[in-house]
Ligand binder design. Structure first.
Ligand SMILES: Cc1ncc(COP(=O)(O)O)c(C=O)c1O
Length: 392
């Protein structure tokens, strides 16, 4: 029989990631390819206790169907954190719980994008967003990401030229580059967007993970009516719970809620109740401080080793937080070749190619520093240096 799939399935970028992750998880391979938080930072005992207590105290209701918006005390917790950490005057009404912030990428595109609509994003951009948006057949326009944020001139020209439905960006410790927008850049984006019909979709997956422990003001703070902001417990509590959220202006949230209801009724309610119980009985701030400190140490170690062991023509970003950095390879070296030769040498990296929706990126590699021990980082970068030297 002929399987007659929808046209949109043909719009997904070719994915070699499955194969790549299979190869990079072979025994003996040190992997900087993935995007996992450090497993040792997941509070298994605390979550087990919270689960037991929820079962004992409210098992029946926690295991029932619930509302699409999500568990009210959890939404209140998130709104309260927005108010105290970021100075955003949020209320629980403006927060919707989702199945990890990845679901926001799908649903935001679902409610806003018709085939052929223009949307904008950073170059390089988050692969998971490129995949999620592509299924709705937009025309994706990119703006090069500099160390300060999206290139202001190209951003402004793009806005003047294209009626973007939204611009998607990751101002805090971007994936894949690890770059953080400056405060001036955030204000500039808000000023340029103000008065247009373009939304700014701010993915804040890493905003809690600044090594200096200081939050940065979101663009939404300067552009409340045009700002969509997603967040996640994946990097700060446990990704397997699949709990994130979105905060958006009322009309956007209403459509988002309708689309989510049609898609899955609501996110895993049992996990929401457990997570809230866990948060109410634990000090998230001190946990996040400890995790960020360790990631900062890992990042500094990786940067120092790259500086010491790689040829001067190889450069890297200097993240202030998050889990990744991006290296630019010496001229003439292909990231795909570094990947295949790296696996033979026992180290896996992520080639930059899939982060460049409009081509390019083969001169870059993404390295993850959150899921490897300092010893593994030392050995892994040493192996990578051998690969680069062989290919130079
Ligand atoms: C920038 C960014 N956004 C969203 C996600 C999705 O995360 P989750 O669905 O676990 O919240 C990730 C995952 O790594 C990410 O890097």
């Amino acid at each position: 029989m002929e399987y007659r799939f929808a046209r949109r399935m043909g719009c997904l970028p070719p994915s070699f990631l499955g194969e790549l992750f299979r190869v990079s998880s072979q025994p003996g391979v040190i992997s900087f390819a993935g995007g996992l938080p450090g497993t040792e930072h997941i509070d298994v005992e605390g979550i087990a206790r919270a689960s037991r207590e929820v079962m004992e105290e409210e098992g029946g209701s926690a295991l029932q169907y619930s509302t699409t918006e999500g568990y009210l005390p959890l939404r209140e917790y998130i709104a309260d954190r927005y108010r105290t950490r970021l100075g955003i005057p949020a209320s629980a009404d403006e927060i919707q719980i989702v199945n990890g912030s990845q679901q926001c990428l799908d649903l935001v595109a679902k409610i806003l994008v018709d085939p052929g609509d223009p949307v904008g994003m950073e170059r390089p951009g988050y692969l998971g967003a490129i995949e999620a948006f592509s299924l709705y057949e937009p025309v994706i326009h990119t703006v090069p990401l500099t160390d300060a944020g999206p290139d202001p001139e190209i951003f402004s020209d793009l806005l003047a030229r294209e009626p973007l439905k939204f611009f998607y960006g990751i101002p805090n410790s971007q994936n894949p580059s690890g770059r953080t927008y400056t405060q001036e850049c955030r204000k500039m984006i808000a000023e340029l967007l103000d008065g247009t019909d373009t939304l700014f979709y701010e993915d804040d997956a890493f905003g809690e993970l600044f090594f200096d422990g200081k939050p940065r003001l979101p663009v939404k703070r300067f552009l409340p009516e045009q700002g969509i902001m997603s967040g996640s417990f994946s990097k700060i509590v446990a990704p397997g719970m699949r709990i994130g959220w979105i905060s958006a202006p009322g009309p956007v949230l209403a459509r988002f809620n309708a689309a989510k209801q049609a898609s899955d009724l609501h996110s895993n309610f049992f996990c929401q109740v457990i997570l809230h119980h866990y948060l109410a009985t634990h000090d998230l701030d001190s946990h996040v401080r400890a995790v960020s400190r360790v990631y900062g140490e890992h990042c500094r170690l990786m940067c120092e080793l790259l500086d010491d062991l790689m040829p001067p023509a190889m450069t890297h970003t200097n993240p202030e937080g998050g889990m990744f950095l991006l290296c630019t390879l010496p001229p003439g070296i292909s990231s795909m070749k570094v990947f295949s030769e790296g696996v033979k040498e026992g180290v896996a990296i992520l080639p930059g190619v899939p982060f460049y929706v409009d081509g390019g990126g083969d001169d870059t590699i993404r390295l993850n520093f959150s899921n490897a021990s300092p010893e593994a980082i030392k050995e892994g970068v040493t192996r990578l240096a051998r690969v680069i030297s062989r290919l130079s």
